[in-house]
Ligand binder design. Structure first.
Ligand code: PMP
Ligand code: GLN
Length: 380
């Protein structure tokens, strides 16, 4: 999974070429939030288009702190926030800053495709621990066993892409005990923190006292506002860690487009209720896709966050591996998806398919009709 073109790019190209409905790569086709577009217009016309400060606009860094104070009860200082070009650059700067050649980084599978290449680029060695379907629980015993004298970091992703599940507080507290005992850094990718659907609270490692000084929180306005092309993200960490990450960030992208930073600062200031209403727009798509797939005989795994649902292929009557089903689904069924095996570096699960619901009702209705026909063709 570390080489070649990403599965997201490949699946989107296949969909474009074959007129398939793209429920693969996660991007919305709903209208953009007008408040954000207007804020960006204002910023382009009335504010600066020159370099912002290297760590990001003071207004955005303050807005990030207020946002996390309101939504997650975190007490943060703007000196702990570094604005980056998307979560991807925050991950890159963090890994390049905090992983030395020969360090081991414990990675939890399934995992987002950027992690392993970035760790290897830093000279680190990924060590894998697997979540167990169907609940995708993290086995703390297995995590503890993976720790060696060379372990430097644990890389987490909650809410998780692709599973849509979240790490509970008790698991994070247990990780905190291990991190303290073995002096480890926890890097946590939380880009999906704003897309939680069933009332389960998202818990950041920064909310766990034993992890407060040794964790890096990575997130992205692309997900919070459903503007994936804006690529405004950030890394948040205690000052000593933030200092090291900023030193790397300055020679990766140095800064991130100023007008979009203003727009995201304005967007975060819209407040809790606006943000909750924004996320709720996606609830409708989630409900429609789950209902449509269930009625068509698909079996789904439980999930409470992200823009994704997971189809259990074996339980839905499919006998082929996920990558084969995904290829056939796009060419014969006219629907793009992402095989969950693409989220593994080794020993993949091969019986799950990820489908994305951040789409209009029309897109989802068409997709469900095609998926229903495809399943009948398979079993018929
Ligand atoms: N991490 C995860 C888990 C993601 O799903 C994504 C993309 N959706 C990213 C990082 C990348 O975020 P960005 O586009 O802000 O770089
Ligand atoms: N994060 C998006 C997803 O999981 C895609 C990001 C990408 O295309 N690299 O679908």
């Amino acid at each position: 999974m570390t080489q070649g073109t990403t599965i997201f790019e490949r699946m989107s190209a296949l969909c474009r070429n074959s007129d398939a409905v793209n429920l693969g790569q996660g991007f919305p086709d709903l209208p953009d939030p007008p408040e954000l577009i207007e804020a960006a217009r204002r910023a382009l016309v009335d504010r600066s288009n020159q370099y912002p400060p290297m760590r990001g606009l003071a207004e955005l860094r303050a807005a990030v702190c207020t946002y996390y104070g309101q939504t997650q009860g975190l007490a943060l200082d703007p000196s702990e926030v570094i604005v980056t070009s998307g979560a991807t650059e925050a991950l890159a700067a963090s890994i390049l800053a905090l992983v030395e050649p020969g360090d081991e980084v414990i990675c939890v599978q399934p995992l987002y495709d950027a992690y392993v290449p970035l760790i290897e680029r830093a000279g680190g060695i990924p060590v894998f621990v697997d979540l167990k379907p169907p609940a995708w629980d993290l086995d703390i015993g297995a995590l503890a066993e993976a720790i060696t004298p060379r372990t430097a970091m644990i890389l987490l992703n909650t809410p998780n892409n692709p599973t849509g599940t979240m790490l509970p507080r008790a698991t994070l507290e247990a990780i905190g005990q291990l991190a303290e005992a073995y002096d480890l850094i926890v890097l946590c990718d939380e880009v999906w923190e704003g897309m939680v659907f069933d009332g389960t609270p998202h818990i950041s490692p920064l909310a766990i006292p034993s992890l407060r000084q040794r964790s890096v929180k990575v997130s992205s306005a692309g997900k919070i506002f459903s503007l994936t092309g804006w690529k405004i993200g950030w890394a948040v960490a205690a000052p000593e860690l933030a200092e090291r990450i900023a030193a790397r960030h300055q020679f990766l992208t140095f800064t991130t487009p100023t007008p979009l930073q203003w727009a995201v600062a304005d967007g975060l200031s819209l407040g809790r209720d606006w943000l909750a209403a924004h996320a709720a727009r996606y609830f409708l798509g989630r409900r429609a896709l789950i209902k449509g797939l269930t009625e068509a005989g698909y079996s789904l795994l439980p999930a409470s966050a992200t823009w994704f649902v997971t189809v259990d292929l074996a339980a839905s009557g499919f006998t082929q591996e996920d990558a084969v089903v995904a290829e056939r689904l796009v060419s014969e069924g006219g629907v793009g998806s992402i095989p969950v095996s693409a989220f593994y570096a080794q020993n993949p699960q091969t019986s799950y398919l990820r489908l994305c619901f951040c789409k209009t009702a029309e897109t989802l209705t068409e997709a469900v009709e095609r998926l229903a026909r495809f399943r009948v063709q398979q079993s018929g």
